[in-house]
Design a protein around this ligand. Structure first.
Ligand SMILES: CC(C)(COP(=O)(O)OP(=O)(O)OC[C@H]1O[C@@H](n2cnc3c(N)ncnc32)[C@H](O)[C@@H]1OP(=O)(O)O)[C@@H](O)C(=O)NCCC(=O)NCCS
Length: 434
């Protein structure tokens, strides 16, 4: 059985039934039912409704997704009043290995049915289904940062919206020996997927994407595809190493001041990333290049020749929720040897308990439940599962969380021991939209 057909969660179904609502899996091959679900999802995010061609495109190209709806039999239309979708995608962890991520998206509740516990029933249902399916960790992105901590999610990666004033840039990065050329999105798609996979191998926080998602980013699909331009960078040997997709909007008062909005800019090598940035920054008739959700350790900031040419605003990006603590913690590599006792509080029960994490000299971690005394010399902390999930990829500092009162040090200096062990080789970054 694939994750898509995992049975509906009985506890949430019963809870919703008590309010006269039905929790159901949506058959994506049932056109009317799936279209109605898609329109409910659009409405939930205040997006325009899809026209028939837009619906047909999603139906034709969206890959396997577990699609859930909450239905009100008293409703006047067939659209669900609550939606979620989930799927499993590999998430790169520090050291380069991948863990399967139970990815959750399209969490919406109709404004007519808000604050009646539908979102809670849907989220708990996702987490119980993922745990029952043996998945070690769940993740999502949030429209509001106040929603998901209550279910044990913590923010594990950040993104920066970067706005660069091109007139201030004096390129100081290396000259790229390869070539940047415009690319037809259909021809670019397989190359883009390969580039994403190579980047993913070295980038903690990166997840794998399907053809549809990448096709949307590069202008192959989607409502606004006509506005998207795509370029690809090939190195001196002719090997494609990076791609970018962007759109341009004019300043109505001054044709020399267009704004470039970057939809994707990904390089498998630093050379490719720098070359693509430089291409965009040196476009004629452009005053501003704007890119959302860039890495917090964006290399280009050190290649602009003027640190203040870029204005950056940081926001939470990937929220993680550890479900199977030993599997999740043993999947990643650690930066320093450590012996740490973790007293984990998990209100939903999946990962609660007392565990000993031991990191060997080679950076591998071993985790076991701890019943008795902590070994002599072990550091010891108490923390909620949301905080452990937040520090998991090395993108949030345990010392900061201890200073904020969100991690309790049971032995002095324990947060610093965690921080040194959990550090990642690069700031964790989710490379594209979820
Ligand atoms: C956000 C949304 C999913 C909440 O749905 P809902 O069914 O009204 O939520 P529930 O009644 O199940 O409430 C669950 C909990 O979240 C809290 N909550 C709900 N919406 C909230 C909000 N906007 N801000 C802060 N807390 C919120 C509730 O107080 C409740 O807390 P508790 O269980 O600890 O008492 C819904 O308003 C929505 O669809 N918004 C637009 C789409 C969206 O933003 N989706 C999330 C993106 S990933």
């Amino acid at each position: 059985m694939s994750f898509e057909d995992a049975p509906i969660d009985a506890a949430s179904a019963e809870r919703l039934a008590r309010s006269g609502l039905e929790l159901r899996l949506v058959d994506r091959t049932d056109q009317a039912a799936f279209d109605a679900w898609l329109q409910a999802d659009n409405r939930g995010f205040h997006d325009p409704a899809d026209d028939p061609a837009g619906l047909a495109e999603v139906r034709a190209h969206q890959p396997s997704r577990r699609t859930t709806g909450v239905y009100d039999p008293q409703g006047l239309i067939d659209e669900p009043v609550g939606t979620t979708q989930s799927w499993v995608a590999p998430l790169t962890v520090p050291g380069g290995a991948a863990v399967p991520l139970w990815s959750i998206a399209s969490v919406t509740v109709a404004p007519t049915h808000r604050r009646r516990g539908i979102a809670r029933a849907l989220l708990e249902s996702e987490l119980r289904t993922a745990a029952a399916d043996g998945q070690p960790i769940a993740g999502l992105t949030a429209s509001e940062a106040t929603l998901y901590g209550r279910y044990g999610f913590g923010v594990a990666t950040f993104g920066e919206t970067t706005e660069i004033e091109t007139a201030r840039v004096r390129w100081t990065g290396p000259d790229a020996p390869g070539r940047t050329r415009f690319a037809d999105p259909a021809a670019l798609l397989p190359e883009a997927l390969a580039i994403i996979d190579r980047l993913r191998a070295v980038q903690p926080g990166a997840i794998a994407y399907d053809d549809f998602k990448v096709g949307l980013a590069i202008g192959l699909y989607g409502r606004d595809r006509a506005r998207v331009r795509a370029v690809r960078y090939a190195d001196a040997a002719g090997v494609p190493q990076g791609f970018a997709a962007y759109s341009l909007s004019p300043d109505p008062r001054d044709f020399t001041k267009h704004t470039v909005t970057v939809r994707a800019l990904l390089g498998a090598t630093d050379e490719a990333t720098a070359a693509l940035w430089r291409f965009l920054l040196e476009l004629d008739l452009v005053a501003t290049v704007r890119a959302a959700d860039r890495p917090v350790d964006e290399v280009v900031n050190w290649q602009l020749g003027d640190l203040r040419a870029a204005r950056r605003t940081r926001a939470d990006r990937l929220w993680l929720r550890i479900l199977d603590l030993p599997v999740a913690l043993e999947a990643r590599r650690y930066a320093a040897p450590a012996a740490v006792v973790l007293e984990v509080d998990d209100p939903l029960g999946f990962a609660a308990g007392r565990f000993l994490l031991e990191v060997g000299p080679d950076g591998t971690g071993r985790v076991q439940p701890l019943a008795g005394e902590a070994p002599r010399g072990a550091a010891s902390v108490a923390l909620p599962i949301a905080e452990l999930s937040a520090i998991y990829l090395g993108g949030v500092a345990p010392v900061t969380l201890a200073r904020a009162g969100r991690i309790a040090e049971l032995t002095p200096g324990a947060a610093l021991v965690l921080e040194r062990a959990f550090a990642a080789e690069r700031a964790p970054w989710m490379t594209l939209e979820f």
